[in-house]
Design a protein around this ligand. Sequence first.
Ligand code: SAM
Length: 292
Amino acid sequence: MWTQQKSFAPHDTGTLYLVPTPIGNLADMTFRAVETLRSVDLIAAEDTRNTQKLLNHFEIATKQISFHEHNTQARIPELLAKLQAGASIAQVSDAGMPSISDPGKELVAAAVTAGIPVVPLPGANAATTALIASGLAPQPFMFYGFLPRKASEQRAALEALADQEQTILFYESPYRLAKTLTAMAEAFGPERQAVLARELTKKFEEFDRGSLAELATWAAENARGEFVVMVAPAAPQAPVRSTVPLADQVAARVATGEKPTAAIKAVAKANGLKKQDVYNAYHGLEEEDRDL
Ligand code: SAM
């Protein structure tokens, strides 16, 4: 069903604001984030005691309600009722962007379904902050977040990611970092380059760059603080040339009903050749395709 949200048009309900909070440096709180937390009727916080420290620092007197992974389902109807009655609510997590490896997505989905405007504020986020200083290709990139903890599930997840030709971003706790890097070295190869961004925005911020094998060894002794793990893209796979003549490969596809242009394109891609070369072979415009 097609729907449209005009975030700042007048509406009968309240608004759900998604407010990022600092990931270690209070100065990263934006003016708009402070203003929003001051002006809403209620703040739904992952940990109200943690958020109270932030509110005290910025002299914000707004009331809080707890909203975390263990009370999400129970809280959603209560928060939706308040929003429908016209109250505005800001959702915050302990650090960074709500919903990014943090509580929030179910509330957002419920608000969207109920036709309540959901307004995101830009702000601190560990993954993208790490990425822009990593020196790795910033796009395309994939944000994975936390890997499964169970070894067999983690291995399967990593194997499924091994051929991704994009930078992959993970979150990991310092207690599991060395083990996870070792598992990555097994799945991606020990020489795959990676970057660890440690304690971003804090006094001991650092970037550790090297192969997965080197970083796993380093992490076994030095994993303290918070980390973003960034893995360089897989090298593109060299296409394997088939021994079947190109014209026959195209003909086989055409025989299954594929259009010749599509078949030529597919065969060119599969063999790492230009379309024109396959076209010529298929239409007999060259003596033989053996030199291709
Ligand atoms: N919502 C947050 C965000 O937008 O980045 C992420 C919350 S997630 C529960 C916490 C994980 O984010 C940590 O285990 C770590 O991997 C990463 N992280 C958070 N703050 C960080 C920091 N200052 N430096 C490096 N990594 C950080």
